[in-house]
Design a binder for this molecule. Structure first.
Ligand code: SF4
Ligand code: SF4
Length: 452
């Protein structure tokens, strides 16, 4: 079998200035692993002179899928592997947005909030729908629920009632049950957190903080303009100090939404996290603000290259402070829920969607984006709802993804962004050279195998 260099690879430049004379790091997006190689090997790889490469290195290059069979259609191979992975997935994943309400008035949010919460009749329908999807045909071993909003904790009663139904249902079927929540963190007091963990099995939380108090409070204020930073940060400190947080292996991930108006406060936020001794208790990631249903929220976005450069600075600072970060992307077998037919978003009114940014959005809540409503017969459901055709979009070449070497780790970013006409490429596309070097440095200083 003839082997050739996979097109799905990325490399740094030569790393002489960092003390690695005549070397570079090569990263396979097919296997999401990297290796440092010398220039002689790299040139031989490019020129297919494999007989010039020693056997041990060749073996590693094959294992990492940097060398692949010459006759292979690589795009087809990636699509096939992804399809099989999705067929093998054994947990049914749903997102439930049990409240249309939120206490905050963030300028970039594309939802219209109302004081509507899933009532008992809707919760009954949630259970019926979950039972139906679990019995529909595919063999599942468990159920995974993400609670989202509005602010999900404003619908806490519905979460508690629905969780108890789901947990009992899974127990009766001998299935596993997992749950996580995307919350603004304002109501997440330790007693509520402990109740959520013990009774609703919600163990993972994502909370957004947009910089230090001065910046965060200008963006993530209450509807009446009140500050929220100090309350949310104290909640995180108190929750992570509970015995439950440690005993049940809970995790809070802090998300930071960044544009030109707050990027200067990210370093200060990282300092605060350290001062409050939250390192080793939380993890963090940084993301650009993007448009939400045509609301132009991304108009103040940093240029992708500028964001990517700053991201490296923030990641390095987090690493120096021992704050857990993820530097390199993992292999992505599924872009998100939109391409999984059984994965649905259910809102407080019983509406069903494919994407979790659709409920409560004036642009997406009705029309072609709506799959149907839990109170209507399933025969009336729209099987071709907006974004469910992501695989066709990908294969058609309408986006840049079909020919992009990042595809195996990116998956296409966010189908909704492409649908809105905005390329969904992540910062990794701009800063992968720096990230490969940072990842190498981290693994070396932690004495992990540097070629993994
Ligand atoms: S389409 Fe984008 S916003 Fe919607 S669920 Fe997928 S990644 Fe999230
Ligand atoms: S979203 Fe961008 S980086 Fe990701 S696969 Fe598509 S073109 Fe490549």
């Amino acid at each position: 079998m003839n082997l050739i260099l996979s097109k799905y690879h990325l490399t740094t430049d030569l790393l002489d200035e960092f003390g690695f004379i005549g070397k570079r790091i090569i990263f396979s997006t097919r296997s999401a692993t990297s290796i440092m190689i010398d220039e002689f090997t790299y040139q031989n790889l490019q020129e297919s002179k494999l007989n010039q490469i020693d056997v041990k290195t060749l073996k590693t290059l094959i294992e990492k899928e940097i060398l692949i069979p010459e006759e292979e259609d690589e795009f087809k191979y990636i699509v096939d592997v992804n399809t099989n992975f999705k067929l093998d997935e054994n947990f049914l994943s749903l997102t439930i947005q049990p409240s249309a309400n939120c206490q905050l008035g963030c300028h970039y949010c594309g939802q219209v909030h109302t004081k509507n919460y899933a009532n008992d009749a809707v919760i009954e329908k949630y259970e019926e729908r979950v039972d139906h999807l679990l019995n529909k045909g595919k063999k599942y071993d468990g159920l995974s629920i993400t609670w989202y909003g509005g602010e999900p904790l404003t619908g806490y009663n519905a979460i508690k009632k629905a969780s108890q139904k789901f947990i009992s249902l899974c127990k009766s079927k001998g299935m596993g049950y997992l749950s996580d929540m995307i919350t603004n963190g304002l109501s997440l007091k330790p007693s509520l957190f402990e109740d959520l963990v013990e009774n609703c099995l919600v163990t993972n939380y994502q909370i957004t903080i947009d910089g230090d108090a001065a910046y965060h409070d200008k963006r993530r204020h209450t509807k009446s303009g009140g500050p929220t930073f100090d309350i949310i940060m104290q909640n995180i400190v108190d929750v992570t100090n509970t015995k439950t947080y440690n005993d049940k292996n809970c995790n809070i991930t802090i998300r930071v939404n960044i544009d030109k108006t707050n990027y200067n406060s990210v370093n200060s936020l990282i300092d605060i996290i350290k001062e409050k001794e939250l390192q080793n208790k939380i993890s963090i990631y940084f993301t650009p603000v993007v448009d939400f249903g045509g609301n132009d929220a991304g108009k103040e976005s940093l240029k992708m290259n500028d964001f990517a450069n700053k991201e490296i600075e923030w990641l390095l600072k987090c690493y120096e402070y021992n704050i857990p970060i993820s530097v390199l992307p993992k292999r992505t077998y599924s872009v998100c829920m939109v391409e999984k037919e059984d994965s649905e978003v259910l809102d407080a009114f019983g509406n069903i969607y494919a994407c979790w940014e659709f409920p409560y959005s004036p642009v997406y809540a009705k029309g072609e984006s709506l799959i149907g409503n839990l109170f209507s017969p399933s025969e009336t459901y729209n099987r071709n709802a907006t974004l469910r055709n992501w695989n066709e979009v990908l294969e058609s070449g309408k986006t840049w993804c079909k020919t992009c070497v990042h595809l195996p780790v990116c998956g296409g970013g966010c189908p909704k962004s492409w649908h809105e006409g905005t390329p969904a490429c992540p910062p990794f596309k701009s800063n992968f050279k720096d990230k490969l070097l940072l990842d190498y440095y981290i693994k070396k200083t932690k004495s992990l195998p540097a070629n993994e």
